[in-house]
Write a protein that binds this ligand. Structure first.
Ligand code: NAP
Ligand code: MG
Length: 492
């Protein structure tokens, strides 16, 4: 799709109660093309008033007989229809994501569009498979009375979904697909950097036939619209993906309000290479683990542990990959890495690299922003041979920055890998089954990959240990997140 055609047909209003609306204040903010830095749209700067209006329509929709009485098979059908529409509008959605987020067009196509359709279809299947159980009770009072009991799973109600900018469409679908399958209604707040595909998703949901008010999108800033949404008294459940810092604030707020909450937060995921691993495979795997989506991945393999005997060769090999990557617009077929999402994020990443260098990290590749327009950072490899306590070892960068460390003993590597406040992902690279299992058993991480990294699937639970989050998405686990158990007890 031509960029100019896309720009001429942008949909930029919020979707509330089935209608495209501006912010009540009339205010807007700019969104940009990160590959060029040019402004591409103004979107409504929603605030607490807009949130209140959206939550009110979501509550109404939840209580309406049209949605409440809709058979599960009809919800399934609507989600399947939405998956089809996402695919039919795949060219537009992929181009929009590459324009606004900066990722390679092929990844927008495969992950944002293809992944969203896949998740919608998988979750559609759950709509008709939500079930409770019958329970034999031992109650025996008053004498002569018998009891029969069952449990049922009921939708939790109005869901507030707050999502980040790294996979804008897919993260929105990770929230809305299971919530809608369970019979909830949703107010979605996309990240302020990347609101455009969320708006289109809500429009396509209306086209699919979801009743107005079932899926609403409020664009706005985290501190205003986001904060108002997560503390609104008519929100029954908050689901958040983003930084650990903001997750802490939201978790504390929900704790005070006794509101259900799921948190998918940051990571500092280790990649552990074992001594039998083919160096070419280790280099390719570790480079892919960190440079995919320009490092803007919560499970990015940002800490590398390599046996000392292989350390030089592998670090050198990853540095060569980094130096060879072609940076540019995600629309250019030659491009292998696009820009970071915003100038603010680029400056943060560059600042963290400088700090790592000042603390004694050795820059083997990259290390700086890329000249010219756009928010590019050269893929960066930092060698930390002395295993110094660099902030790059402990703090999430969320950019294309790898810190590599040698180890002498596997136990020591496992302990070092686990000595992080985070526990989202980890990978181990080996063909030795016993050692692979030893690492799998010991890793404090929500997902451990063997000979791969960053692989996710709608059937496989995903989430964090420790400060990487609370709760799991995908698979059977997600149904519990959007439903309550109701126990029913009959006396007869
Ligand atoms: P972020 O700053 O935490 O923002 C995430 C979302 O929260 C945005 O929509 C943001 O709005 C909103 N927000 C900010 N402050 C808020 C507040 N006080 N109350 C309510 N909402 C608020 O994260 P980000 O920079 O967009 O995304 C990167 C982070 O997400 C990384 O730490 C990454 O690891 C994490 N992440 C985790 C997963 C996972 O599954 N575990 C997946 C992807 C990303 P604004 O856009 O207006 O700031
Ligand atoms: Mg933000």
């Amino acid at each position: 799709m031509q960029i100019e055609e896309l720009l001429a047909n942008l949909h930029t209003q919020m979707i509330v109660g089935g209608r495209a609306v501006p912010a009540r204040s009339g205010k807007t903010f700019a969104v940009y093309d990160p590959a060029s830095g040019r402004e591409i749209a103004q979107v409504p700067d929603g605030d607490a008033d807009d949130v209140a209006a959206a939550v009110a329509v979501a509550k109404n929709a939840f209580e309406s007989s049209e949605w409440r009485r809709m058979p599960p098979a009809a919800r399934e059908h609507l989600l399947l229809k939405l998956a089809d529409l996402v695919e039919q509008h795949g060219d537009e959605l992929a181009a929009l994501e590459t324009l606004n987020q900066g990722k390679l067009l092929g990844f927008s196509r495969m992950l944002e569009v293809g992944g969203s359709a896949q998740w919608l279809r998988y979750m559609a299947g759950w709509a008709t498979k939500i079930e409770g159980s019958t329970v034999d009770l031992s109650l025996s009072f008053p004498p002569g009375v018998q009891y029969r009991a069952s449990t049922q799973r009921v939708p939790v109600g109005v869901v507030a979904a707050v999502v980040p900018w790294n996979f804008p469409l897919l993260m929105a679908v990770w929230k809305i697909a299971p919530a809608l399958a369970c019979g909830c209604t949703v107010v979605l707040k996309p990240a302020e950097e990347t609101p455009l595909t969320a708006i289109r998703l809500a429009e396509l949901a209306l086209e699919a036939g979801f009743p107005p008010g079932v899926l609403n999108v409020v664009t706005g800033r985290g501190e205003t619209a986001g904060a108002a949404l997560v503390r609104h008294p008519d929100v029954d459940k908050v689901t958040f993906t983003g930084s650990t810092e903001v997750g802490r604030l939201i978790g504390a707020q929900c704790g005070r309000d006794i509101r259900r909450v799921s948190l998918e937060l940051g990571g500092k995921s280790p990649v552990i290479v074992l001594d039998d691993c083919d160096p070419r495979k280790a280099i390719e795997g570790a480079a892919g683990a960190i440079f995919f989506n320009h490092g803007q991945v919560c499970t990015a393999g940002s800490r590398l542990y390599v046996p000392r005997s292989m350390y030089g060769q592998i670090v050198e090999g990853i540095a060569q990959v980094a130096n060879s990557l072609v940076l540019g617009s995600g629309f250019d077929e030659k491009t292998q890495m696009g820009p970071l999402v915003s100038s603010r994020h680029r400056d943060k990443v560059v600042g963290m690299i400088a700090e790592g260098r000042a603390q004694g990290g050795e820059i083997m590749a990259g290390g700086a922003a890329h000249d010219g327009a756009g928010y590019f950072v050269r893929p960066t490899v930092v060698a930390n041979e002395g295993r110094k306590p660099l902030s790059l070892v402990n703090e999430e960068v969320f950019g294309p920055v790898l810190v590599a460390m040698p180890y002498d003993d596997l136990e020591e590597a496992i302990s070092a890998a686990n000595s992080s406040e985070y526990g989202l992902g980890a990978s181990v690279w080996t063909n030795q089954l016993d050692k692979a299992l030893r690492v799998v058993d010991r890793m404090e991480a929500g997902t451990v990959w063997v000979n791969s990294h960053n692989m996710v699937d709608p059937a496989l639970p995903f989430g964090g240990f420790k400060s990487s989050g609370v709760g799991r998405e995908h698979g059977r686990a997600i149904i519990d997140a959007y439903t309550e158990t109701k126990s029913v007890c009959f006396a007869y």
